[in-house]
Design a protein around this ligand. Structure first.
Ligand code: BEZ
Ligand code: FE2
Length: 409
């Protein structure tokens, strides 16, 4: 059993003072120092450095570790331009993203306070390092393939990967399903994968409306995507529309990644079906996307996470970098309200989306705990989210299941 005392603890969306947290593998108690001294008289209290803030571990719901080696290879600025560069460089990037590169990427996430991540896995390449990772991993086996001739083969490969990742559910790996996108997966297998997620009751995710080109292709089979499909896949028409595609997910809460091109009707449908959104502001900016209409999403009470995406469309997997960027992008939301929402998006909301037992500091939750340290005493308790995002770049300490797994030097 361990007791940590900090100047501030993030409980129920607010910051409390003069308190401490008691934990073993699970959180036992959070309360005032006086209460804790009388309830646990024989346990030493570790007092953290001044201006420390205790948070639940941060959760990154969407990362592609298999592309971790990319830095100066892929084209930024337009989605289809980027996709073409992925098609031409995929093999080199994948082979350069060896275990060591992925290990460093996983460690970088840990240093920024990430205690759980959703790995979007195209080939299963990050399974080995994810099993060794300190973090909890929701392993989204990805299904891709629009060509009817190869779709059955790709589906059985996907099933094998799903099965393989299921062997480690007693360790830190939780199997899950990702359908690549409405433009890249044949509807026959999309339906099978959704049915499988429902049957197994496992998390389901899909990239959805990431670019204006995708939206145009789904609506009228024209634009940059048409040239891309003619060239690479000998295809001239979209196999679905955005509405027909989204309707396939009705009744099963799904994690929609990006969704920057959603209109008011899509937002209503997303809300009615209790879908959630992975908000990846840096990735969207680099690939020529619009900002997510976050204000509308918040107003409709749609759950969203803020996530890094992979190094294929980012310069770091540091979740605090991601939040800093999000603050700059959504200028139509009051910065203090936005900062609180962003902290919620990488804790409680991300936890609910991935179906884990962390995300909030309360009795019975896993002891996934992050300590951040502000540079000076905060003059207002209502601004701690904002000042944490602005001034912190690295965690001071990280605990997973009650064990210390990272300490700043
Ligand atoms: C496919 O495998 O069918 C595909 C992959 C990437 C973009 C579009 C289609
Ligand atoms: Fe992605």
């Amino acid at each position: 059993m361990k007791i940590l005392q900090a100047d501030y603890i993030y409980v129920d969306g607010k910051y409390i003072e003069n308190s401490a947290i008691v934990f073993d593998k699970k959180i036992e108690y959070i309360g005032s120092i006086d209460d804790i001294l009388s309830k646990y008289p024989n346990i030493e209290i570790e007092k953290l450095a001044p201006n420390s803030v205790i948070f639940p571990g941060f959760i990154n719901t969407h990362v592609h570790l298999e592309f971790s080696s990319n830095q100066t290879t892929l084209e930024y600025g337009s989605f289809v331009g980027w996709l073409r560069s992925v098609m031409s460089n995929r093999e080199d990037i994948i082979s350069d993203s060896d275990n060591k590169t992925m290990r460093v990427a996983i460690y970088d996430m840990l240093a920024s306070g990430i205690t759980a991540y959703g790995a979007i896995s195209s080939y299963g390449g990050e399974l080995e390092e994810s099993i060794k990772a300190k973090q909890k991993v929701v392993f989204f086996n990805e299904l891709i393939g629009s060509n009817p001739q190869t779709v059955d083969m790709l589906y059985s490969d996907f099933l094998e990967r799903l099965e393989l990742s299921s062997n480690y559910s007693k360790e830190n790996i939780k199997p899950a399903i990702a359908i690549h996108s409405p433009y890249s997966v044949h509807l026959i297998v999309v339906k099978r994968a959704i049915a499988l997620a429902k049957e197994k009751q496992i998390p389901l995710s899909v990239h959805f409306l990431e670019s204006s080109s995708e939206k145009e292709w789904l609506a009228q089979s024209t634009g940059e995507f048409r040239e891309f499909f003619e060239e690479f896949l000998n295809q001239t028409n979209s196999l679905t529309t955005k509405d027909d595609f989204l309707d396939l997910f009705n009744g099963y809460s799904t994690h929609l990644t990006h969704a920057v091109e959603v209109d008011d009707d899509d937002i209503d449908k997303i809300s009615q079906n209790h879908h959630s959104i992975a908000h990846c502001p840096r990735s969207n900016r680099y690939l020529g996307g619009k900002p997510l209409p976050l204000k509308k999403i918040i107003d409709k009470d749609i759950k969203f996470s803020t996530a890094t995406d992979g190094m294929s469309s980012n310069y770091s997997l540091n979740i605090l970098d991601e939040l800093k960027s999000a603050l700059m992008i959504h200028h139509n939301i009051n910065i203090n309200i936005l900062a609180d929402k962003l902290i919620e998006s990488i804790t409680k909301s991300a936890n609910d989306i991935l179906g884990l037992n962390g995300g909030v500091l309360e009795e019975g939750r896993d002891s996934d705990i992050v300590v951040m340290r502000l540079p000076n005493e905060p003059k207002s308790m209502d601004r701690i989210s904002l000042w944490t995002i602005l001034h912190c770049n690295e965690a001071d300490k990280v605990y997973i299941d009650g064990k210390i797994v990272y300490q700043k030097i």
